[in-house]
Design a protein around this ligand. Structure first.
Ligand code: SAH
Length: 194
C-alpha cells in the first residue's frame, strides 16, 4: 500500500459512483416532477457537498495542494479506506437499483412516485446517505491531508444535516401515514432491527 495507490482508490470511488448513477440520472430526467423542495438553499447544499466530496480531494490528488495540511501516510488507515470505499460503492449500487425512477439529485416527488421500503430500504430510510458517509470516511482514511481528507465529512455533513429533515417532511406530505409507519420501523442511516 502506497500513497499513490491510495489516491488511485479514491479516484476509482469517484468514477465508480459516477458510472452507477449515470444511467439512473439519465432515465429520471424524463420523469415528470410533481412537487419539489429545490431552491437556492438546496443548490447551495449540493455545491458545498460537491466541493467537499469531489473538488477539494481531486485537486489534492492532482497537485498535493494544500501542502500545509499534509500528514504522514499510514498504510493501515489506507487499507481501512479501501474497505470503506468498497462498501460505499456496493451501497450505491443497491440504493440506485432500489430507487430506480424515484431517484433524484435533489428533493423531488415524481409523477407516480413509489415509496420504496424494500431491499436496502427495508431497515434504513436513507441508505444513499449512508453510502455518502462511507465515502466521506473512506476519503479521510485514504488521503493523508487534513483539508482534502476532512472536506468530505464537512461537506457531506452540511448537506445531510441541512437536508434530511426537509426530505422527510416532503415524504410525509406525499405519503402520510405510510411514511410515518416506515419511519417508525427504520433508522435514518443505520439499520433499525427492533
Ligand atoms: N434519502 C434517500 C434518497 C436520496 S435521493 C437515501 O438516502 O437513500 C433523493 C430523492 O429520493 C428525493 O427526491 C426523494 O423524493 C426520494 N426518496 C427518498 N426516500 C425515498 C423512499 N423511501 N422511496 C422513494 N423515494 C424516496
Amino acid at each position: 500500500m502506497t500513497p499513490t495507490f491510495s489516491k488511485v482508490v479514491f479516484v476509482v470511488l469517484v468514477i465508480g459512483w459516477y458510472l452507477i448513477r449515470y444511467e439512473y440520472a439519465r432515465r429520471s430526467r424524463r420523469e415528470q416532477i410533481l412537487l419539489s423542495a429545490r431552491g437556492p438553499r438546496e443548490t447551495a447544499l449540493l455545491l458545498i457537498s460537491l466541493t467537499g466530496l469531489g473538488i477539494l480531494p481531486l485537486i489534492y490528488v492532482a497537485t498535493a495542494i494544500p501542502h500545509f495540511a499534509a500528514y504522514t501516510f499510514h498504510p493501515i488507515a489506507a487499507w481501512l479506506g479501501v474497505f470503506f470505499a468498497t462498501a460505499a460503492l456496493g451501497m450505491f449500487q443497491l440504493t440506485h437499483r432500489a430507487l430506480g425512477r424515484n431517484w433524484s439529485i435533489s428533493l423531488d416527488v415524481r409523477e407516480g412516485h413509489q415509496l420504496v421500503t424494500d431491499g436496502i430500504y427495508r431497515r434504513i430510510r436513507h441508505p444513499m446517505y449512508s453510502a455518502f458517509w462511507l465515502w466521506a470516511i473512506a476519503q479521510a482514511l485514504l488521503l493523508p491531508n487534513w483539508v482534502a481528507g476532512g472536506a468530505g465529512l464537512v461537506g457531506f455533513g452540511t448537506l445531510f444535516f441541512g437536508r434530511v429533515a426537509r426530505e422527510e417532511r416532503m415524504m410525509l406530505e406525499t405519503f402520510g401515514d405510510n411514511y410515518r409507519a416506515y419511519m417508525a420501523r427504520t433508522g435514518r442511516i443505520f439499520p433499525l432491527f427492533f
